[in-house]
Design a protein around this ligand. Structure first.
Ligand code: PXP
Length: 241
């Protein structure tokens, strides 16, 4: 059965809005775990716009489920990951001006650097996932670079409005899953997933982990983080028709 990692970056976004010490992402991680989340995901960005060094140090010590660190291939961040040794890293592209991660990591163009980073993470016993658009060449390049998993970018699916486009996006995800399986990769998915659009993606067999942030944190403002997490787990594990 597929599991949920809650991305708690935006708890830190609220804290940083006032540059204070609340809400604390470490407390948020505990709430998500109490609700049954199988993992906690954070993105330590180079500009530290939300999650910071203190957060990742404490989360490494306190997360009892899976600690998944999203990160770019930038050397200072790679060094932090080596020292921290989270359970999993998800390698993502990163641009300073973007509001959120745009597009997938270009594993074809960056294959040499990717392979280097993968080797370094493996030396520390860290599972490596690459966040990629659902395209054959990206899946194959991730496998060749030695990744254990790919996280298929669901942003295009989430943004699609017309039924035909939605179906095409779902086909692309299913095809990428098949290619990933034949290359021996584990398949995750995430980005732009919400309580409304999770159903059809959750029904794709073989996607074993979802990373979801903005929608859960948004709902948590109104219903609380524990309930918001529980509701998303229910939708992932028993997707409505
Ligand atoms: N997966 C990856 C690799 C991401 O970069 C993000 C955004 O930080 C997410 C999942 C979560 O996306 P969202 O906040 O849209 O649920």
């Amino acid at each position: 059965m597929a599991v949920l990692n809650v991305n708690i970056d935006h708890v830190a976004t609220v804290r940083q809005a006032r540059q204070t010490d609340e809400p604390d992402p470490v407390w948020a991680a505990v709430e998500c775990e109490l609700a049954g989340a199988h993992g906690i995901t954070v993105h330590l960005r180079q500009d530290r716009r939300h999650i910071n060094d203190r957060d990742v140090e404490l989360l490494k010590k306190t997360v009892a489920s899976k600690f998944n660190l999203e990160m770019s291939l930038a050397e200072p961040i790679v060094k932090i990951a080596e020292r921290l040794a989270p359970d999993q890293v998800t390698l993502v592209p990163e641009r300073r001006q973007e509001l959120t991660t745009e597009g997938g990591l270009d594993c074809v163009r960056q294959q040499r650097r990717l392979a280097q980073v993968v080797r370094r993470m493996h030396k520390k016993g860290i599972l490596v996932s690459a966040f990629i658009v659902p395209e054959t060449d990206q899946v194959l390049a991730s496998a060749e670079a030695g990744c254990n998993a790919v996280e298929l970018h669901t942003g295009a699916y989430a943004n699609a409005r017309k039924d035909r486009l939605v179906e095409r996006c779902l086909d692309a995800l299913r095809e990428a899953r098949d290619t990933a399986f034949s290359a021996g990769l584990i398949v995750h998915a995430g980005h732009g997933l919400t309580y409304r659009n999770i159903g059809p993606v959750a029904r794709i067999e073989g996607i074993c982990e979802f990373n979801i942030g903005h929608s859960i944190i948004s709902r948590a403002v109104l219903v609380g983080l524990r309930r918001a997490t529980e509701e998303m787990i229910r939708l992932i594990q028993s997707p409505p028709e």
